[in-house]
Write a protein that binds this ligand. Sequence first.
Ligand SMILES: Nc1nc2c(ncn2[C@@H]2O[C@H](COP(=O)(O)OP(=O)(O)O)[C@@H](O)[C@H]2O)c(=O)[nH]1
Ligand SMILES: [Mg+2]
Length: 243
Amino acid sequence: MFTVVLPTYNEADNIELMLPALLALNDILSHQIHVCVVDDDSPDGTGARADAWCAHDNRVQVIHRAGKLGLGTAYIAGFHHALANGAEGVLTMDCDFSHHPRYIPAMIAKFAEADLVIGSRYVQGGGVRFPLRRKLLSATANSIARVALGVKAHDCTAGFRLYRAAVLRDIPLEQIFSNGYSFLTEMIWLVQRAGWRIAEVPIFFEDRLHGSSKISSREIFKAIYTVARLSARRILSTSLFHA
Ligand SMILES: Nc1nc2c(ncn2[C@@H]2O[C@H](COP(=O)(O)OP(=O)(O)O)[C@@H](O)[C@H]2O)c(=O)[nH]1
Ligand SMILES: [Mg+2]
């Protein structure tokens, strides 16, 4: 069984389309797909809409949190739920169709040879349709993280991922410092350092279908801080190792 962890904040229009699209994968995949929505008391009522799905389909679960507590901690809440329910693999994705469910079968196929599969914009066959400002932000963040942290994956800020359950049990999730978007970079760095196999599957990333992005300048500053902090840790551990 695979669980899709779906963090939501004001995705009312998207969730009505995303849940049926994910559940429909059950007709074409040999694995069961469950969904765990992690909603932070969205003012637009996303949580209530997810509850309505949960009431008539036991493959949908909803975690309600008291307020906007950040993307990173939303993933962690979903991971614990998925592991407790015996998921073999845990997917994460945005609830806005920039991560399209049509790529999930290819990600699951790749799972046979990797412990973390990334739906990647920056490998051959992948791409982005984004306003120029976001395109530059994403490409720059990726290049900096790759160079400063030595992350080998081409798309290390992508939130479209499939983790083996054993990886999530191995990584000390509670010690991850980043609570927002930079959680993604910190997580891939920890997974690579722990020696797990990481693979990428090309995806074409479209701008979101409904609603607006929740990324803020504060999240961007926090991401820069995360990369600086992790690269200091990397340099320190390398020099201690060679001492
Ligand atoms: N639960 C929860 N979800 C969030 C939070 N911030 C963003 N999200 C959700 O996480 C996903 C990624 O956010 P999005 O705004 O699409 O970021 P972008 O793709 O970088 O523009 C979306 O499904 C959001 O609704 C948060 O603080 N809490
Ligand atoms: Mg998005």
